[in-house]
Write a new protein. Sequence first.
Length: 259
Amino acid sequence: MTYEQIQYTAAEGVATITLNRPEKLNSFTARMAEETLHALDAAHADKAVRAVVLTGAGRAFCAGQDLAEATVPGVRIEDLVEKQYNAIVRRIRTLPKPVIAAVNGVAAGAGANIAYACDLAYAAESAVFVQSFIHIGLIPDSGGTYTLPRLVGMQRAFGQMILADKVPAKRAEELGMIWKAVPDADLTGEVVTVARKLATMPTLGIALTKQALNRSQGSTLEEQLLVEGELQAIAGASHDSKEGVAAFLEKRKPVFKGE
C-alpha cells in the first residue's frame, strides 16, 4: 500500500507509525484508518520489528474523527466506528509486540482513546487529552468507556466525558491516564530510547504479559491464576527464557531473540 495520510518507518527493531494530516490536526479519515491498520499489520508481520511507536505529525497527536467525512449522506456512524476505530484498538491490543503512544500534542476524542489503548503512553508536557464527544452529542467510543474508567475510576471517567475538560499531560500522568509526561523537546528522544530497549527484550514474554492483562479484565482471581499458569508454561519453554536463565547463571548480559 502507498501511504498518503500516514508515514511508516522501521529501523533498529522499531516501527514508527506517524499520523500525517497536520493541517487537520491528524483527524481520522477512512483512508488514514485503512493505512494505520495496514501499518500495524506490517509491523506484526515483520520479524525484525519488536516494538511499535504511534505518534502524530505537527502540533497534534490526533483530533479524532474528520467530521466533514463523517457527515457525508449515507455514512452511518456505527459503521465508521466499527471499521475504523474498533479495528485499530483491536489491532493494538492483540499485537504481540509493545505499542507506545508518543502524544506530541492534543489528543481528542478517538485520538485520546487510541492513546489509552496503547501499552505505554508518553506525552509532551504541552499535550492535552480531552473527551470531546459530548460537544456534538455523542458518547465516547474507540474503547474509551472501557479503558478510561479502568485507568482513573468511574467518577473521574464520567467527569471527563461529560464536562469535557482538557487534561494537561502532567495531570494525566498524576491520574494514571498515561505512563509519563516529559518536556516537549525530550519526547522523541525518550520514546526512541524506550522503544529500542523494548526491541531488545524478550518479545514473546512481553506479548504473553500483554495477553495476560487483556484476559484479566474479564476474569475472577481463580480464573486468572489458571491463565498465568497457562501462559507461564509457554514463556518458560521459550528461547528467551532459557537464555535469560543461562545468562543469569553465567553472570553475563542476555541476548534475547524475541522468541
